[in-house]
Ligand binder design. Structure first.
Ligand code: THU
Length: 140
């Protein structure tokens, strides 16, 4: 088990959000992905003038982690909102990011954490966010 709390992971995501490059949407996102090794990989959204090449914060974090040799993960925290705001609203991962995460996480045990208006971190299991997922097992 990790020594990093959900709230601390969310704070790391909020810090990562500061690097967001999101001039087109004006919506900045930061993510903090906790590996079972204890390492935390951060990411932000990186937009592009051609629009479709842009990448979400969550996928940035996953790709950083996997390309650093990590394959097993415990949790991801996401902080996002209109740029310049301190979001209290939730920013749950988009469908594409859910599919990318599905490749590496356990539906029951992997936690997805984001902000909530109450100030308490909102937490869901990955399986709640992507039920009936298509994943590696389908190709065995
Ligand atoms: N975005 C993320 O980075 N993560 C999410 O979970 C939702 C959306 C980004 C994509 C785009 O740069 C901007 O937020 C608006 O959709």
């Amino acid at each position: 088990m990790s020594v990093i709390s959900d709230r601390e992971l969310l704070e790391i995501a909020a810090e990562a959000r500061k690097a967001s490059y999101s001039p087109y949407s004006g919506y900045s996102v930061g993510a903090a992905l906790l590996a079972k090794s204890g390492n935390v990989y951060t990411g932000c959204n990186v937009e592009n003038a051609a629009f479709t090449p842009g990448n979400c914060a969550e996928r940035t974090a996953v790709f950083k982690a996997v390309s650093s040799g990590e394959r097993e993960f415990e949790a991801i925290a996401i902080a996002g909102g209109k740029s310049g705001t301190d979001p209290k609203d939730a920013c749950w991962p988009c469908g594409v990011c859910r599919q990318v995460l599905n490749e590496f996480v356990d539906a029951k045990n992997f936690r997805v954490i984001t902000n909530s208006p109450s100030g308490e971190p909102a937490v869901r299991s990955f399986g709640e966010l992507l039920p009936f997922a298509f994943g590696p097992n389908n190709l065995k």
